[in-house]
Design a protein around this ligand. Structure first.
Ligand SMILES: [Zn+2]
Length: 251
């Protein structure tokens, strides 16, 4: 089992199975009617987490909301889903219209894939992170970037990456290619997504979203959310309209 992470401004919080003071949960039925298949073009959304935003450990706020649900679509008819949370009772769901790599029929990561994940209590714990520390910045560069590092730390990081390339027989990166090596902990780098809300200014702006959460393939003891495959589920949030966009990356 591995912790899921919630991200705020230079802040990391771990989400783990356990009972704390707040009623955060994993799994269970969708928390609002708009997330049920008859409101989502027949495509089932799975509720992963539901966080209580009044917990001071939650590193983000969404205006007008107490509850923050993290939904993902495991039916291969969509690889990504977005949703705007209007209140604790309603939301609007969007699926990308330009994704060709989807199935035309309902299909799932495994034959016995659960239609609802079993419900668990979740507690949060602060995760130590110093954006000015070289190791921390490199470890979480795919989420936060490395803009808080000093010039001498950047030079050291470049030296370490060059040495790593040398070790594995690769050419050292030139120019901005250096940043391609700074995607940790995301396997394929920071998603290059626009806001999926068609009414938002960021709808046509790639890289306009902030990484909100990262869910591993095994977030709960004894549960593999991708039927045993090693897949990261990533949630991004638009800083203008708070629409959430979830996607996945394979190792
Ligand atoms: Zn937006």
């Amino acid at each position: 089992m591995s912790a899921s992470h919630l991200f705020g401004d230079q802040t990391i919080v771990d989400a783990l199975a356990g009972t704390g003071e707040f009623a955060h949960t994993f799994g269970g039925e969708p928390d609002r009617d708009d997330a049920r298949p008859d409101c989502t073009h027949g495509i089932r959304l799975h509720l992963l987490y539901r966080f209580d935003l009044t917990d001071p450990l939650v590193p983000i706020a969404v205006p007008g909301l107490k509850w923050l649900p993290l939904y993902y679509v495991f039916d291969f008819r969509a690889n990504e889903v977005g949703y705007t949370l209007h209140s604790d009772a309603s939301m609007t769901t969007y699926f990308p219209t330009d994704d060709e790599n989807v199935s035309s029929d309902e299909s799932w990561p495994s034959d016995d894939f659960p239609m609802v994940f079993p419900s668990h209590s979740i507690e949060l714990a602060a995760h130590s992170f110093d954006p000015k520390n070289l190791d921390d910045a490199a470890q979480w560069a795919g989420v936060f970037g490395i803009r808080h590092l000093a010039d001498d730390q950047l030079a050291e990081l470049k030296r370490l990456i060059d040495a790593h390339c040398d070790e594995i027989g690769d050419y050292p990166p030139e120019g901005d290619d250096f940043y391609d090596y700074l995607c940790s902990p995301l396997w394929q780098g920071t998603p290059n997504n626009c806001c999926i809300n068609p009414g938002c200014e960021n709808n046509s702006k790639p890289q306009s979203l902030n990484v909100l959460a990262l869910v591993p393939h095994d977030p709960i003891p004894g549960l593999e959310i991708w039927g045993g495959a090693y897949v990261q589920t990533i949630f991004e949030i638009c800083p203008l309209c708070y629409t959430i966009r979830s996607s996945n990356q394979c190792g």
